[in-house]
Design a protein around this ligand. Sequence first.
Ligand SMILES: O=C(O)c1ccccc1NCC(=O)[C@H](O)[C@H](O)COP(=O)(O)O
Length: 209
Amino acid sequence: MREAGNISELAELAPDYMGFIFYEASPRFAGAMQPQILASLPAAIARTGVFVNTPPARVADAVTHYGLDAVQLHGSESPADCAAIAACFTGRPRPELIKAFGVDPGFDFSQTAAYENVADYFLFDTRSPAHGGSGKTFDWNLLAGYKGSKAFFLSGGIGPEHLANLLRLDDSRLYAVDLNSRFELAPALKDIAELATTINTLRGNAAQP
Ligand SMILES: O=C(O)c1ccccc1NCC(=O)[C@H](O)[C@H](O)COP(=O)(O)O
């Protein structure tokens, strides 16, 4: 997200998290956004900054500048990088840390173990050279290879046509669903009506036919 009007419309739907991309190469780059736009969001929505291999001190600066509640790391950040971000917040509340992993058939889920103690959540996205926002799903059967206990966000090309399969996913570690490009009218501009329908369906509040 990055457009003030679109952000406040989405806030009406009370998503649990709202994401802002601080990766310059992304068509969704939100680095020019005014921090005041985020200040007016309800506290129940976690303002989430998405970063790709950004030095820890710069992540911490962005958290402070934008009042972020969570950071989502989408590059090849090491466990030490994650710990270094947390260390920037010694003596003050730190943001939630979500470590993203790009999944493809060659992905080794055992590499997530090294992040168990430094991440609050994992996020499984489709592996892509752009690091995210690919609009492509990965084969969710691959999740059987994840043996950890940490809760995860499911991500990658999720669109309205996936809702039935999503609701059938039986994995107690599935914590949240990350919706992005399949709900866009243009990069970083979300289709609020489409999201309303989808969020209601996911929450079990869909209108009965
Ligand atoms: O969305 C981007 O442009 C992006 C670029 C680089 C790193 C991460 C990015 N997005 C992070 C997300 O959490 C997306 O929601 C996730 O990649 C899924 O996107 P999509 O495949 O478009 O549903």
